[in-house]
Design a protein around this ligand. Sequence first.
Ligand code: ASP
Length: 319
Amino acid sequence: MALMRKSRQPKWNRRHLLGLRELTAEEITYILDTAEGFEQVSRRSVKKAPPLRGKVVVNLFFEDSTRTRTSFALAANRLSADIIEFTKKSSSVSKGETLLDTARNLEAMGIDIVVVRHGAGGAARLLSRNIKACVVNAGDGFCEHPTQALLDVYTIRKIKGSLEGLKIAIVGDIAHSRVARSDMWAMTKLGAEVIFVGPPTLMPGQVNRLPVKVSHSLDEVIEEVDVVNMLRIQFERLGGNPFPSIREYSHYFGLTVDRMKKTKPDILVMHPGPINRGLEMESEVADGGNSVILEQVTNGLAVRMAVLFLVNQAAAMEK
Ligand code: ASP
């Protein structure tokens, strides 16, 4: 009886995707498997599927974005939804309207899914508690960027087959990175070992409470890892100077052609973008044979189609 009840449970029943910390490994795997199905749609000559026909998706971006925003817009388009683009600069937010008022007004027009990026941690959760539409977090402060991490693990799984037993270094400005946090949850839940690498000044407080190892030397770990994910220094979020000079940072933590000579031959080089070439990574490495940076971008589309599809389906089941 218990078994029967278990097998009848839907594999995904969340109307919102707020972060990966709260998801199980099974839920993450289910999103990745669903994304695999949607990858096929992008290979067809007519790159459209009907599941979100008649639905309205709003891209509500209070921070700049290139990849995430375009990718969500294209994902919504490919699922046949109508998409509304909202930016802080061209809206009444510049006149002092709050996040909640903005969202409630958009909701009054009948939107179904809000994709939100905001500088404040918890912004997506706040919205999810106050509006009826589905909410998808496209990055909140330093907290989470779930679809980035999903596309990262999707890319790794696609190439390596599984994350089980892999060693993954996440390098750079961990303290200010929502990507590092979401990656950490996704990667460890799927069985990888994660090492945060960076200077002590760019490590989050209480890092010893997180399910990761910590290293302050890229040279110490570079030979043993299967994947290296290089992060941008989030200058826009820095209060002071976390290291003496950019040159010194690159010397110790940059992924250089020289350092690449020490890695496993099949190491995957990743970056969530935007890259500061010459700072966290040399151009030859970013464009080199081990780089999967553009594959990450391609896979992001299928992953975001899966997320939009799944939250919408969960909302429909609740009705
Ligand atoms: N695009 C990612 C983010 O929005 C990473 C970055 O900006 O460095 O968090």
